[in-house]
Design a binder for this molecule. Structure first.
Ligand code: FCB
Length: 446
């Protein structure tokens, strides 16, 4: 079990989840700043004011990455650090922070992958309607261009959006993530504006950028819970909603036909020119994979009329996601079958399992996480053996961090963070991953 020599071994994080000091050095507030400080929205009233204090400790964190032997690191840029009001004036100190981070990575031989949007829209833009405003695509292209001009000389891999599905489903349909809205009409429109923003940023990159740009989606293969026709139809809807809703417009220039069935009159027929803008050639696709969906018809589940079935004999993580590594092989090969030979990265994969808040003197033993990682890394290798062009793997996550509205209680890191002292302790899974990297995957055969 050996991975290609050029395969990138990474970890992934995002700005609001690890940086802390969200308003430092002239940064503007984001929708997550507002959401996290709204009573009742966050588990335990947690927020990102300090988080992992990566904003001040990034050099130590890069040192941790070097110790692991990472060859790449995926992070996100906080839009409101760069453009505090979302558009207009540029905050040089915000750019300086990311330039220093990227320089530290490069000195350590670690290839940066920068995500432009990992959910932290500037609050000033939300006040102008946020993603509901059709102008949001232009705002995003302006911000993206600022980042490209400042950093493309040292960042070879760019991502426009992280997981547009989560932005719409969590942020605008169910209200459990910022900005906390609950409207199918808004959801349908935000989907389209996000995809236009993606297309606009890719167009902007072609004008000023010299390297590679792609999109990151979270995919969950959907399997029918039974052979019954209504379960199979529910599976199709679930697949359209989560997987094809974003990939079809980006790669084929159309939305799946099921969207109208799901959203009814909240779904619109968008102008052909918009779909042209969305379908820009991209250099790679990033796939975030955590679990699958064994899907059954359920008339009460709004608006999808489909529900994920619990599998009694399966292992579940702390976020209640079924451990199902075959789904990762399946989804990577499905992408190739449906969309053709596009270079792929697994841009997130990992698991929350319980770890104590304070690391013991002899370290943090996390055999369940190691088992999860071993199974999924083997599944990636299997997909490559079956012809998927997978060029790298980014483990979620380097550090325990703020798991959005679930707060600090869910630990995904391979490095433990003590939130009282901010001390970092590599878990056993960090040692496991370091061995995988050092052996190009051969240690996975053991
Ligand atoms: C993904 C997000 C990431 C993290 C993981 C667990 O959906 O992109 O920020 O929350 O889930």
């Amino acid at each position: 079990m050996r991975f290609p020599e050029t395969f990138l071994w990474g970890c992934a994080t995002s700005a609001y989840q690890i940086e802390g000091s969200p308003l430092a050095d002239g940064a503007g507030p984001s929708i997550w700043e507002r959401f996290a400080h709204t009573p009742g929205m966050m588990h335990n009233d947690d927020h990102g004011d300090i988080a992992c204090d990566h904003y001040h400790r990034f050099r130590d964190d890069v040192k941790l990455m070097r110790d692991l032997g990472l060859t790449s690191y995926r992070f996100s840029i906080a839009w409101a650090r760069i453009l505090p009001a979302g558009t207009g004036a540029v905050n040089q100190k915000g750019l300086d922070f990311y330039r220093q981070l990227v320089d530290a990575l490069r000195e350590g031989g670690i290839t940066p992958m920068a995500t432009l949007y990992h959910w932290d829209l500037p609050e000033a833009l939300d006040d102008r309607g946020g993603w509901l405003n059709r102008d949001s695509a232009d705002w995003f292209a302006e911000y993206a261009t600022t980042c490209f001009e400042a950093l493309d000389d040292r960042v070879p891999l760019w991502v426009t959006l992280n997981e547009p599905w989560v932005v719409t489903d969590g942020g605008y349909l169910h209200g459990v993530l910022a900005p906390g809205h609950r409207s199918p009409y808004e959801t349908a429109r935000v989907t389209h504006h996000l995809m236009r923003a993606h297309g606009a940023a890719v167009q902007a990159y072609r004008a000023v950028g010299k390297h590679q740009i792609g999109l990151v989606v979270n995919l969950e293969p959907k399997y029918p819970a039974s052979d019954r026709a209504e379960d199979r139809a529910a599976t199709q809807r679930a697949d359209a909603y989560m997987n094809r809703q974003y990939l079809d417009p980006a790669l084929k220039g159309s939305y799946p036909p099921e969207m109208r069935d799901i959203f009814g009159d909240a779904w619109r027929d968008w102008p052909a020119a918009d779909l042209e803008q969305i379908r820009q050639p991209i250099d790679f696709l990033g796939v975030n994979y955590y679990t699958r969906g064994l899907t059954a018809h359920d008339a009460t589940a709004w608006p999808l009329r489909a529900r994920t079935r619990r599998v009694p004999q399966a292992t579940y993580t702390e976020t209640d996601w079924e451990v199902y590594e075959q789904g990762l092989t399946d989804i990577l090969t499905w992408v190739k079958q449906r969309y053709g030979d596009i270079p792929l990265y697994v841009t997130e994969n990992g698991a929350a399992f319980y770890d104590p808040p304070v690391a013991a003197a002899d370290g943090v033993h996390d055999p369940l996480r190691i088992d999860y990682l071993r199974r999924h890394l083997r599944a990636v290798h299997k997909a490559i053996a079956q012809g998927a062009d997978v060029r790298g793997y980014y483990l979620w996550s380097l550090l325990d961090n703020l798991e959005w509205s679930l707060g600090f209680a869910k630990r995904f890191g391979i490095v433990h963070v003590n939130y009282e002292t901010l001390q970092r302790t590599p878990k056993d899974s960090a040692k496991f991953y370091a061995e995988v990297i050092a052996s190009h995957g051969e240690s996975l055969s053991d």
